[in-house]
Design a protein around this ligand. Structure first.
Ligand code: PLP
Length: 377
């Protein structure tokens, strides 16, 4: 039986173009800090990748600080900026952030306020405007607003531009976790309004363990790691040249319009679901590749296992390191009752998803759902 992998928001299979770029980069010793010919060749690969990624998101190449991925970028944005930037005194976190963000916020020791989301999963701009309307940057100090661009579980896209404008007006800074959005929708750093942007390569077919923090020119932050002077003293540690080369190649080959085309498959899945099944965030702007549905009485674990036995890899909300299914705080923040959240399923498509995926998902899933529903009736 052919496997059908529909868990791209957990990680996407490596694109062959990225694998080739990585293999090529692995074929010689590659320390981009060495002055000899091999080192200079490695540096060239790093700088080429930096340019390609910067071109894809419209930022100056020097704004890109390579690191190990989204988790590190989130931590550097929050901890590094809190310590070495304009000494922020408070953090505002959207209620649906990836766990890396609240974890970093907790480590910072700064007071944290949660920005609620609306029922459709988008950031509550009215709440933000009201709260920040009374914020006094002179007395209260600068703050950092942390909001993701697109949610990993529902695919819901936050109104980041508007949120960043509200924050700026109140004397604050904005960091945006764009890990799930990168290459799936257009990102223009020059107009987004974000001061810091967290990226990762592996959600769109690039290698795991490589990402970047994009930093507005002139903005100070304290590096998390000390040691070598790599990345202009902004991130110590020998460059992961093959992974950087793979990330750079991804920026050259990934196409937002290819991702847009996946919305057709996602929409066919959603349109074919039986009555009584709801799709979270369906009325909000969403990533074209993600659907998060809830099926009364059909537990998330059972759905994931059923689909797995039928050869289809999907997940219950976000993948978590223990491999266990946890209640989704994202759905909780959207006001979804716990028993409903316990029956949610995330299907996330990607660059290798075949056109027939919708039909196969629907046949497998609805057969099992109807069997379970008729047993319960
Ligand atoms: N931020 C978001 C929104 C994510 O979905 C993830 C991964 O699931 C991360 C951050 C962490 O990224 P990485 O796996 O590159 O550390």
């Amino acid at each position: 039986m052919d496997r059908l992998y529909l868990d791209h928001n957990a990680t996407s299979p490596l694109r062959p173009e990225c694998r080739d770029a990585m293999l090529d980069a692995m074929s010689a010793p590659r320390n981009a800090s060495s002055v000899h010919a091999e080192g200079r060749a490695a540096k060239q690969l790093v700088e080429k990748a930096r340019k390609s990624i910067a071109g894809a998101i419209s930022c100056p190449p020097t704004s890109i600080v390579f690191n190990s991925g989204g988790t590190e970028a989130d931590h550097t944005a929050i901890l590094g900026f809190a310590r070495g930037g304009p000494k922020v005194r408070r953090l505002f976190l959207s209620a649906t952030e990836h766990p890396a963000v609240p974890a970093a916020a907790e480590k910072s020791g700064l007071p944290v306020e949660t920005v609620p989301v609306l029922k459709d999963g988008t950031l509550d701009l009215a709440w933000l405007e009201k709260r920040l309307g009374t914020y006094d940057p002179q007395a209260d100090g600068p703050f950092l607003l942390c909001t993701m661009l697109a949610n990993n579980e529902t695919g819901v896209i936050h109104p980041v531009k508007e949120a960043a404008q509200i924050a700026r007006k109140a004397g604050g800074y904005t960091m945006v976790d764009a890990v799930q959005a990168l290459f799936k929708i257009e990102i223009d750093f020059s107009t987004l309004g974000a001061d810091l942007l967290a990226l990762s390569a592996h959600k769109a077919g690039g290698p795991v363990g490589i990402g970047a923090l994009v930093v507005t020119p002139g903005l100070g932050f304290e590096p998390l790691l000390g040691g070598g002077g790599q990345e202009e003293n902004r991130r110590a540690g020998t460059h992961n040249v093959p992974a950087i080369a793979g990330f750079g190649r991804l920026a050259e080959v990934a196409s937002v319009s290819d991702y847009q085309a996946l919305a057709g498959i996602r929409d066919r899945i959603e349109a074919g679901l039986p009555q009584g099944v709801t799709v979270h965030g369906q009325s909000a702007p969403r990533l074209p590749n993600t659907t998060c549905l809830t099926a009364p009485g059909f537990k998330s674990e059972t759905q994931v296992m059923t689909m797995d036995l039928a050869g289809i890899a999907v997940s219950a909300g976000s993948a978590c390191s223990s491999g266990k299914v946890k209640r989704s705080s994202v759905l909780g923040a959207m006001g979804v009752p716990e028993e409903e959240a316990a029956t949610s399923l995330r299907i996330s498509l990607g660059w290798d998803t075949p056109a027939h995926a919708a039909e196969r998902v629907l046949t497998t899933w609805t057969t099992e759902f109807e069997r379970i529903s008729s047993r319960a009736a």
